[in-house]
Design a protein around this ligand. Structure first.
Ligand SMILES: *Cc1c(COP(=O)(O)O)cnc(C)c1O
Length: 382
């Protein structure tokens, strides 16, 4: 059996271990410490645009705190991109609020500005103004932030950017994660950089970031004893994880470069297969970190390879690939929640596949994936 090729596996640089060792040597083994402060500073410097950052235990925790700080409460409605990982939508439910799902556009695969406005107008007609808009940059590709911010500003609804997959991407030369009233990042094991597990909340509003740090450490008031006037959470990042994060920040731009290289390599090598379409950057101004290289498989021809057959064929050679995110409005757990769209995300889900995309893949690995894809299509050629 050939060795396993993973979809996206952790890729440590030269310094991570030294930072972790420093944490051990100084006994900073806690959900606070100099690496947490240092990692936050690294992220603030990288994102610029007067942002403040709170390092947290996960991207999901960051999103939960964003909604709490925006005042989302039981019975409220929050608009959310339907095509995404469930972690984008779950925090809405944690607050007892209702998600209102919006379909994708063809160009970016992210939230359709057109259906966003239709959704807002319809919810307003029903007498409820959505409390927030959660927009996601899937696979590192920017959403159409110009249109989305225009609409959000027109109706005065705050945007929360789910940039969990998009650190290192930019839109019109502005880093993703700096457009929303608040933004979240994830450093889970398969993201472009990882702290093993972790996340961050980003905002230009310093009070909100201070509040996030307060809520994330059990909402402890200033007093010698344990005094509480708010419900708190245990959502802070550990100093060990932050040490890994500091090392990973040193190689972030290299990781983006390598993932973009993977995409170009696949695209050139598979150009001769007409059924395969690559997810292009819609126009200049869109710069994707290419967290995952994604393709659509047009199976309307009589060759009839669909994305599931291709996935299984790759699996036979010990290669991990994955369908695109199944839209939230099609998930049993969110049955009967409002949805505005025309079937674009459903169509993408049926045709889309994520290819192995790690920054630690070798040319040999990429060639093995390509060979298996080519052979799979060749096998059904008449
Ligand atoms: C990974 C991810 C999250 C959640 O981040 P965690 O750190 O795993 O909690 C949220 N949204 C999207 C789109 C993600 O890909």
């Amino acid at each position: 059996m050939n060795s396993k090729i993973w979809l996206s596996s952790p890729h440590m640089g030269a310094s991570e271990f030294n930072y972790v060792k420093e944490a051990f040597d100084t006994n900073w083994i806690a959900p606070l410490g100099p690496h947490v402060d240092g990692f936050e500073k690294n992220l603030e410097d990288f994102l610029g645009h007067n942002t403040y950052v709170a390092a947290l235990s996960s991207g999901t925790a960051a999103l939960h705190l964003a909604l709490i700080i925006l005042g989302v409460k039981a019975g409220d409605e929050v608009i959310c991109q339907s095509m995404t990982f469930s972690a984008s939508a779950n925090p809405i439910a944690y607050q007892g609020a209702t998600p209102v799902f919006v379909d994708s556009e063809e160009q970016s695969w992210n939230m359709s500005p057109e259906f966003l406005e239709i959704a807002i107008q319809d919810r307003l007609k029903n007498g409820k103004k959505p409390k927030a808009i959660i927009v996601v940059h899937l696979y590192g590709m920017p959403a159409n932030m110009t249109r989305i911010m225009e609409i959000a500003n027109k109706y005065n609804i705050p945007v929360v950017e789910d940039a969990a997959e998009a650190l290192g991407s930019s839109y019109k030369n502005q880093p993703l994660g700096t457009f929303g009233a608040m933004s979240i990042l994830s450093f889970n094991g398969n993201k472009i950089i990882t702290t093993s597990g972790g996340g961050a909340l980003v905002s230009a509003n310093q009070d909100w970031i201070k509040k996030a740090r307060f809520l994330a450490t059990q909402a402890r008031d200033v007093a010698p004893h344990y005094q509480h006037s708010h419900i708190g959470y245990n959502y802070r990042m550990s100093n060990i994880c932050a040490g890994i994060g500091r090392g990973q920040m040193e190689v972030l731009l290299d990781r983006v470069k390598q993932r973009r290289y993977n995409f170009e390599y696949y695209k050139n090598a598979l150009a001769s297969i007409p059924e395969i379409k690559f997810m292009e950057e819609p126009s200049t101004g869109y710069y994707s970190n290419r967290w995952l290289s994604t393709i659509l498989i047009d199976n309307t021809s009589n060759k009839s390879i669909d994305r599931e057959q291709l996935r299984l064929s790759l699996e036979k050679d010990n290669i991990e690939s994955r369908p695109l995110w199944k839209p939230m409005h099609l998930q049993p757990v969110f049955a009967n929640t409002p949805f505005y769209g025309d079937g674009t995300s459903e169509h993408l889900f049926h045709q889309g596949l994520c290819l192995p995309s790690g920054s630690n893949l070798t040319i040999g690995d990429l060639n093995r994936v390509i060979e298996q894809v080519v052979n799979t299509f060749a096998a059904v050629q008449v």
